[in-house]
Design a protein around this ligand. Structure first.
Ligand SMILES: Nc1ncnc2c1ncn2[C@@H]1O[C@H](COP(=O)(O)OP(=O)(O)OP(=O)(O)O)[C@@H](O)[C@H]1O
Ligand SMILES: [Mg+2]
Length: 145
């Protein structure tokens, strides 16, 4: 699913994420770009709800949260929510061995502040951009590259 969408509430951003999640293949990385409070974590929570996860909090302080996906029919077995906001350079990021995560096909990896990783991101990935339009409205652009 690609395109540009405008949401008018937290619930609508989560609903968009759930629509998007329906078509997601295993082994994909989602890069969530956008300024503070544009809805990156909200969108991730919507994805999590689609996979049956209901207690997702922002991993800003721990960098990576890992959630098992339980339904046996799901090809995605582990959901990683990564927030690089507090990391300063690639060497700090290496400590988390993120490159090992890309190589496991059954992982879904969602990265907030992916620009911290620059050229080390997997070549094939979704670039998702968030923009604040007004108090309750956000523009979300989904693109597979
Ligand atoms: N349409 C909308 N979609 C998502 N969030 C919205 C919307 N309208 C208002 N908001 C508000 O914007 C904020 C979004 O917060 P969220 O944590 O998802 O942002 P973020 O991009 O992850 O920020 P950060 O860069 O700090 O991690 C929340 O306070 C939420 O209530
Ligand atoms: Mg966030």
């Amino acid at each position: 699913m690609e395109g540009t969408y405008v949401t008018g509430s937290v619930e609508e951003t989560k609903d968009l994420a759930k629509e998007f999640a329906k078509e997601l293949k295993e082994g994909i990385t989602l890069c969530l770009n956008g300024e503070l409070a544009t809805g990156k974590t909200t969108f991730t929570q919507g994805l999590g709800e689609y996979f049956g996860l209901d207690r997702m909090t922002s991993p800003t302080y721990v960098i990576v949260h890992q959630y098992p996906i339980n339904p046996p029919e799901s090809l995605i077995k582990t959901f990683y929510h990564v927030d690089l906001y507090r990391l300063k350079n690639y060497w700090e990021i290496r400590a988390f061995s993120l490159d090992e995560l890309w190589s496991e096909k059954s992982n879904l990896i969602v990265v907030e502040w992916p620009e911290r990783l620059e050229t080390y991101l997997p070549k094939s990935r979704y670039e998702i951009n968030f923009k604040t339009l007004g108090a309750d409205s956000r523009e979300v652009t989904l693109k597979l590259i």
